[in-house]
Write a protein of this length. Structure first.
Length: 169
């Protein structure tokens, strides 16, 4: 260790940091071009999937809509808890799904399959909203915004398609 030079160590650390920043910049540029390109160069199946997606499907990524739907259906107080007991999806289950989604997004790559599996594990559209509510409570971020920031258009469409196949209640 006589020849250890701290300057060399600092230079290596700075180079790694610079490479990481360059990677993140190019990832962002790639996502911008992918989004712009997907607007103009979408396949027929992607256009069909986008056409099938309705506001009704997307709105369940809102953290409050699920509770509004339950209130409109006559649920309140303990009846709301009973509903989540009935579908066997409680707050701790929503926390676990929120964590799965959150952990799917890494510094260098994302695990889209884990995001899809997380959404597939949610039993109803109202429960999707509970996950969005718990995500915002735990991580302080809007789930819909996180998905649109981290996933490309096709991947977001896949998530919405998963949601659209679920029963409302």
């Amino acid at each position: 260790m006589k020849n250890f030079n701290p300057i060399v160590f600092i230079q290596i650390a700075v180079m790694i940091l610079v490479l990481y920043i360059i990677y993140k910049i190019f990832s962002g540029v790639k996502n911008i071009f992918a989004t712009v390109g997907s607007t103009f160069n979408t396949s027929a199946s992607e256009q069909e999937a986008a056409a099938e997606t309705t506001y009704d499907d997307v709105q369940y990524l809102d953290p409050t809509i699920g509770f509004k739907v339950l209130v409109e259906k006559g649920y309140s107080g303990q009846k709301i808890n009973n509903y989540f007991d009935k579908i066997k999806f409680r707050s701790n289950d929503a926390d676990n799904v929120a964590k799965l989604i959150h952990d799917s997004f890494g510094a260098f790559n994302d695990n889209e399959a884990q995001v899809y599996n997380a959404f597939q594990s949610i039993p109803t559209k109202v429960a999707v909203s509970l996950v969005a509510h718990r995500y915002k409570s735990i991580y302080g971020k809007d789930l819909r915004s996180v998905l649109t920031d981290k996933l490309n258009t096709s991947e977001v469409q896949t998530v919405i398609k998963i949601i659209s196949k679920k029963p409302k209640l």
